[in-house]
Design a protein. Sequence first.
Length: 137
Amino acid sequence: MTERRLTHVRADGSAHMVDVSGKDVTAREASARGRVLLSAEAVAALRAGNIPKGDALAVARVAGIQAVKRTPDLIPLAHPIAVHGVEVEVAVADDGVDIAATLTVIDMVKAVDRHARITDVRVTAKSGGRSGDWTEP
């Protein structure tokens, strides 16, 4: 059995950008899904369209699209590849907002773990602004 390894890491452990010039051009697609857990008050405000800063769902959708367009700038060692389409869906659920995106992406760890997950991402503190400071209990 061949040992699986990250292709963006050389044998000496240093990072490098993989040469993809010899690869065939193919259509690539990936999907991701997540949930933002919210209080009942926040869910009600989203459903009623009463978020003080405006349409949070529309802004989230546009932010997701912008992030995909800037993937090579945001993800170290990602290749600048053509993005032919992005779908970002946001839906209010009883306990938060479900977010799903389908996009063109190259995942660095897929050679080692195709089931890798990002989990438990949350705001733990904020400071400044009109509402002041807050820290997660």
